[in-house]
Design a protein around this ligand. Structure first.
Ligand SMILES: [Zn+2]
Ligand SMILES: [Zn+2]
Length: 434
């Protein structure tokens, strides 16, 4: 690979990293008015018959109504699928209730699915499409996250976020006119989700250097270039500048394609995402407004970036701590009813076999990622909150999340390395008091 991933849709190709990557999504249309091409493009891709179009109240107004009209005027039968949120949550969540709503619509025997929405509606559709084997197309209504063409679908199961394997959409329609009209906080959330790629790739680099995990340098080059392009348009985000929204949308799609190429979320999700996920679960559990995924990721990125800065400048002892600061009992108390979900990754985390660390090699590799852009400055330029307090999370909850989030997945991040070196609490105290 050397070419733009957008030029490699629907193909498998060998990359100079030694791996073969594949992209299952066949068509991606980004631009003003692209929605009008939907019937023709769907037909070219072999879609026909009955479409189950999934939306909620807001996305029906944004694009759902137009999509239903367009499809029915052009020879498709349309089953309108209005999804309703649960009263106890501020948003529609990808939970048991939402999945059963989609299940009801499936009784109409659709030939394909259309997701009209952003994060949750796309995740639900992707999950159901994968389970039923039905093809699906996505219509983006907000540039709010990078999961449109990614291979995973995060679902809430018993109050816990589990990411399931899923098949990405065959086609994605990202109409800039619709995306420019999205709520500003969703646009900012998309920007902030991308800022998290800096620390996500630094975490991935830690695993590459210490544990020999596969890493794709070509993909990193693409990530760095879309982040630079995004930085050049940061001020335009608040003005909903058409060019800025286009660059943001393209960057979100590229980030999603990166996950699809690697086969999981490694290029897009590190410690910052773990903290954001953990706070979301805690918020839903305690009845606190969870804010948006991307905004949580942005605030968490500022904390993790701060930890990385300190890690890079501080002389650190090789030895590591003698005894773990956390044991199974502490985890049981902290996670409560969610403990069974994290038991497996937590076991792995408690038993990591750390190699001898060559700090100069590790720091050099990590710095290349961390020095790309300053996330705090980037977020500020786009008018986005840089702290969890500004998003309404109490400081004690944030501290707890930073300490325990690393047990949610078995993926090693800086949070684990700092704990291994015996400095996590100390570094966090400083980072959180700034
Ligand atoms: Zn994300
Ligand atoms: Zn590669």
């Amino acid at each position: 690979m050397g070419k733009d991933p957008l030029a490699l849709l629907g193909t498998a190709f060998s990359c100079s990293c030694g791996k073969t990557h594949r992209i299952r999504t066949k068509r991606i249309l980004v631009g003003k008015g692209v929605i009008a091409h939907m019937p023709k493009v769907l037909r070219e891709l072999g879609f026909c018959g009955k479409a189950l179009v999934l939306f909620d109240d807001a996305t029906y107004e944004a694009a759902g109504k137009a999509v239903c009209d367009l499809l029915s005027r052009n020879g498709f039968a349309v089953i309108p699928g209005l999804l309703q949120k649960q009263e106890r949550f501020p948003f529609l969540e990808p939970d048991e209730e939402a999945r059963s709503q989609v299940g009801e619509f499936l009784f109409h025997r659709p030939d394909f699915l259309v997701a009209v929405g952003s994060g949750v509606i796309n995740d639900l559709t992707k999950f159901i499409a994968h389970r039923t084997g039905l093809p699906y197309a996505a219509v983006a209504t907000a540039p709010s996250m990078d999961g449109y063409v990614s291979p995973g679908a995060p679902m809430l199961v018993g109050g816990y976020k589990v990411t399931y394997d899923a098949t990405p959409p065959v086609a994605l329609f990202a109409d800039i006119e619709i995306l420019c009209a999205a709520p500003l906080s969703l646009i900012q959330a998309g920007f902030a989700d991308l800022v998290g790629k800096i620390t996500a790739n630094a975490d991935w680099t830690i695993r590459r250097v210490l544990f020999g995990e596969d890493f794709c340098d070509v993909l990193w080059e693409h990530t760095a270039s879309f982040l630079r392009a995004l930085s050049a348009h940061a001020e335009g985000i608040q003005q909903r500048d058409e060019q800025a929204i286009t660059v943001l949308t393209q960057a979100l799609i590229q980030s999603g394609l990166g996950m699809e190429m690697i086969g999981d979320s490694r290029p897009a999700s590190g410690g910052e995402h773990l903290i954001a996920h953990h706070l979301e679960m805690m918020a839903l559990h305690r009845g606190i407004h969870p804010s948006f995924h991307g905004l949580r990721v942005g605030a968490a990125t500022c904390i993790v970036w701060n930890l990385f800065q300190r890690f890079l400048t501080e002389e650190l002892p090789q030895g590591g701590r003698l005894k773990s600061t956390v044991d199974q009992e502490t985890l049981k108390v902290h996670f409560g009813p969610l403990f069974p979900f994290i038991e497996k990754p937590a076991q792995k985390k408690l038993n990591i076999l750390w190699p001898e660390i060559d700090f100069s090699t590790l720091k050099q590799a990590v710095e290349e990622k961390i020095a790309l852009l300053n996330p705090l400055r980037l977020l500020r330029r786009a008018g986005i909150p840089t702290s969890f307090e500004a998003l309404g999370f109490p400081p004690t909850m944030v501290r707890e999340a930073c300490l325990f989030a690393r047990f949610l997945r078995d993926r090693v991040t800086l949070l684990d390395l700092l704990d291994h070196l015996g400095v996590l609490q100390e570094f966090l105290n400083a980072a959180l008091s700034e």
